[in-house]
Design a protein around this ligand. Sequence first.
Ligand code: 13P
Length: 266
Amino acid sequence: MSHRPKLVVANWKMHGSATANAALLSALTAGLATGCRSEVAVCVPFPYLGQAREFLSKSAIAWGAQDVSEHAPGAYTGDVSVEMLEDFGASVVLVGHSERRVFHAESNERAAAKALRALHGALRVVFCVGESLAERQAGVTDRVVRGQLRALLSGLMPQMMGQLVVAYEPVWAIGAGNAAKPEDVQEVHAVLREQLQRVDAKMGSACPLLYGGSVKKETAARLFELPDVDGGLIGGASLVAPEFLAIVAAADAACGDQVKAHGYSQ
Ligand code: 13P
């Protein structure tokens, strides 16, 4: 069991409606009202940032977006800048999710540029890496995830690591129903941990490493007790309040006694 606090991040992806979100966010704030030992964040589609702010700004639950532009404000139709997210009060952003890499042709370099812009600001970045099924079958998982993370680390100043979270999401496990095997998750997380520690031993040891891909309440506890797994990035199960709350409870149970109750506020 690691001594780092656990972090559970919801990725709603392109789901939600004003009515459904209100019910979900109310259930989350009620469910976590008495406090939890883990940090919790919710990443929503851009049009619902206002609703997230309305429901969560007085809670310990952080909120933010699922993507951000790598550019300074300017003529980039349809894009949303780091400055806008910060102006709005968001504190966290996902970068380099495989659905951005695949459906929007985001390269390692572009994902890294987005993350670096956000890290130059005050946002906490959840930087996603992960191999495809073909890459796993070809035995190149470590090389792929290292390359994805290297693109970011080559431009990173060590002091930015305090805002960085890395999420390992094997593409083949996302939405698949079954998470990756715990031993395979730990193996990849150990690779990522070592890569982060080479930039800065102390900061690299403290950097949260999340696992994502079909995390459910039944499997969360086993994953969260792995030495280099500091929480989860949750897709489908984050849309169902009792499921998500049960996953947060599993994270709480996996927090060592030495971790004090805390949260990060807006
Ligand atoms: P699922 O939890 O639905 O598999 O999604 C994982 C994911 O992609 C979170 O970012």
